[in-house]
Design a protein around this ligand. Structure first.
Ligand code: UDP
Ligand code: MG
Length: 331
């Protein structure tokens, strides 16, 4: 008998997690069997150097629900999610950590929330974190900052346990280390995002792949990227052109003031007064020149940005919109 195609796909990035995989598979299988809908478990082996792949091979040989995608080298967690989204067959995709931090028992709550509110993305919110104070503090601050700047209020972006409608997951474009911004990337394609409280547990074995301090500046830079994509991606001239106009305008005002002052001294003091009034050595002149040059740079950047946006969308016939549904004939 042909097994029915999965409606639920679990995507799990794996980087050197050998001791965690079998317990996770067992726990996950118990939770998914209880749900009673066809599922698949996609392990993405992100270039592990330990025996993770051998363990995954054994798991997939023993369990037809398990599929393994093995990268040629370590591409990072974001790439692993992207591969999982590409290969997933289910209508709903659930992501989680391989280290046992996420509790498979929370999956029904995610699905329930998604169905109840017609949400496209439901993220887990670890209300009680099991990590040390520094990581919790940094994470909380970062989440608050990101929520404030992107207007997408999610308490916890670091929790890997998330559920996505597959068409939304497949539309999102993942680059760099942007997996921390999945709610934002989903919002860019117009998804409705919600969150549910989930259980947080300690990592079963091995160490975290990220340091608390080293990730802070990177997350900040990523935030700038995401903020730009959310607000000005299709109209970079609005951002850079605005800055350019302000800077050029201030520069012209400053320079104009100096020129007028010199002319005024010429009118009141004659040629001698005009010559005596020096503006060539004044810091203000430097400022004026700087503002005008920077302003013109900004304007040019805006123009180049506009050209790049056109290249981006037109070269691949990407629409600048996303459709939730179409009714009537042809829908
Ligand atoms: N991971 C990955 N590639 C990497 C780093 C991490 O696939 O380059 C996986 C890792 O195996 C784990 C998940 O991403 O399943 C989250 O990593 P980790 O648990 O170390 O992060 P933390 O939970 O401490 O934020
Ligand atoms: Mg983890």
């Amino acid at each position: 008998m042909q097994p029915s195609p999965p409606t639920l796909s679990i995507v799990i990035p794996v980087y050197n997690e050998a001791p965690n995989l079998e317990p996770l598979h067992a726990e996950l299988t118990a939770a998914l069997k209880a749900l009673g809908q066809p599922y698949e478990i996609l392990f993405v082996d992100d270039g592990s150097g330990d025996s993770s792949f051998e363990v995954l091979k054994r798991l997939s040989a023993a369990d037809a629900h398990v599929r393994v995608i093995r990268f040629r080298r370590n591409f990072g967690q974001t790439a692993a999610f992207a591969a999982g989204f590409d290969y997933a067959q289910g209508e709903i995709i659930i992501t989680m950590d391989a280290d046992g931090q996420n509790d498979p028992a929370d999956i029904p709550a995610l699905l329930h929330k998604m169905r109840a509110g017609e949400y496209d993305v439901v993220t887990g919110w670890r209300v009680e974190r099991k990590e040390n104070f520094a990581r919790r503090f940094l994470s909380k601050t970062a989440n608050r900052l990101i929520s404030n700047s992107t207007q997408i209020t999610v308490h916890d972006r670091g929790c890997s346990l998330k559920a996505f409608r597959s068409e939304v997951a497949k539309q999102m474009r993942l680059y760099g280390q942007l997996h921390r911004f999945l709610p934002e990337l989903a919002a860019i394609v117009g998804a409705r995002v919600a969150e549910v409280p989930v259980n947080d547990r300690a990592r079963r074995a091995g160490k975290s792949k990220y340091g608390a301090i080293s990730r802070t500046p990177r997350v900040f830079l990523d935030l700038m990227t995401v903020f730009f994509m959310l607000t000005f991606f299709t109209s970079p001239m609005r951002l850079f052109g605005g800055a350019g106009l302000i800077s050029t305008g201030l520069g012209l005002l400053t320079g104009g003031y100096l020129a007028l002052a010199k002319i005024y001294h010429g009118l009141t003091g004659g040629w001698a007064g005009f010559q005596a009034y020096q503006i060539g050595n004044r810091p203000m002149l430097l400022l004026a020149v700087l503002l005008v040059i920077v302003g013109i740079q900004f304007l040019m950047m805006g123009l180049i940005g506009e050209m790049l946006v056109r290249v981006y969308y037109e070269s691949q016939h990407k629409p600048i919109y996303t459709v939730r549904e179409v009714l009537g004939p042809g829908g």
